[in-house]
Design a protein around this ligand. Structure first.
Ligand SMILES: [Fe+2]
Length: 258
């Protein structure tokens, strides 16, 4: 018993030792921006998204929310009614890139694809990522921040602090369930609850999913964007585009020349 108490005192003194500091290395850049949207615009966009879905209730896969990208609605950004939303998205993406250290004069973000997502009660979206894109954007059209209609679930690309593989998703310890330290340093995923007008930006290579909508009386409405980074349009005399950035699509040619 005496040894037990000694061990407890020792471990407690280590926990509170002022000289021990943990540094979060190699952080993943999730951006959250609450857009300044007109409630009337939000209402119109919600109406528009539901009209685009039409009579469909979900994707062919049972329990999967309706996603416009596989149902012919993949260029939402070209509809004039969403122009002001795209403008705000552009501002935030530029700010995101600057905060990540990009030189805005050397990079141009392009919309490759955009589509609405409607999740009814009992529906979700499975784990996936977007290998065709560089940056993912998501705008919630509704949501109260409680997450009952389904959260965006971002999966950790690496469990760097797991120490022993499997601990982060295992049951019965030794990590303390729901402890702040576990959530900070060994969370296998992070959930972000929808809030009307909230924009999220994150690297497109990060696995993500949408958790189940558990509200019988509320649909979850959002718009997703696949964004690609390329170099600015240039003239022949100008310096060549940076090595690891695709030239602007206006400089591309089909291989088939006839
Ligand atoms: Fe996605």
């Amino acid at each position: 018993m005496g040894r037990f108490f000694c061990a407890r005192i020792l471990s407690m003194s280590l926990i509170s030792h002022p000289s021990l500091q943990l540094e979060p290395l190699f952080p993943l850049a999730l951006a959250r921006a609450q857009l300044n949207l007109d409630p009337l615009d939000l209402a119109i966009w919600m109406q528009q998204v539901l009209a685009l879905r039409g009579k469909a209730l979900g994707n062919p896969q049972a329990g999967c929310a309706w996603t416009g990208d596989i149902n012919g609605i993949w260029q939402l950004h070209r509809l004039p009614v969403f122009a002001s939303l795209v403008r705000q998205l552009h501002e935030q993406v530029e700010a995101y890139l600057v905060q990540l250290g990009f030189d805005p004069s050397q990079v141009v973000p392009m919309i490759q694809r955009s589509w609405p997502v409607v999740s009814e009660q009992g529906q979700q979206v499975g784990r996936h990522h977007h290998p065709n894109a560089h940056l993912s954007a998501l705008i919630y059209l509704n949501g109260d921040g409680l997450g009952e209609t389904g959260c965006l679930r971002l999966f950790a690309p690496h469990q760097s602090n797991e120490l022993v593989p499997g601990l982060a998703v295992g049951y019965g310890g030794p990590l303390l369930d729901q402890a702040p330290a576990r959530l900070s340093w060994n969370a296998p995923w992070v959930d972000v609850a929808p809030v009307a007008g909230l924009l999220l930006l994150f690297p497109a290579a990060v696995d993500h999913a949408v958790t189940e909508n558990c509200r019988p009386d509320e649909q979850r409405l959002s718009i997703a964007f696949d964004l690609v980074l390329c170099s600015p349009e240039t003239c022949v005399e100008a310096p060549a585009p940076p090595e690891y950035l695709a030239p602007h699509p206006s400089h591309w040619d089909p291989l088939r020349q006839d």
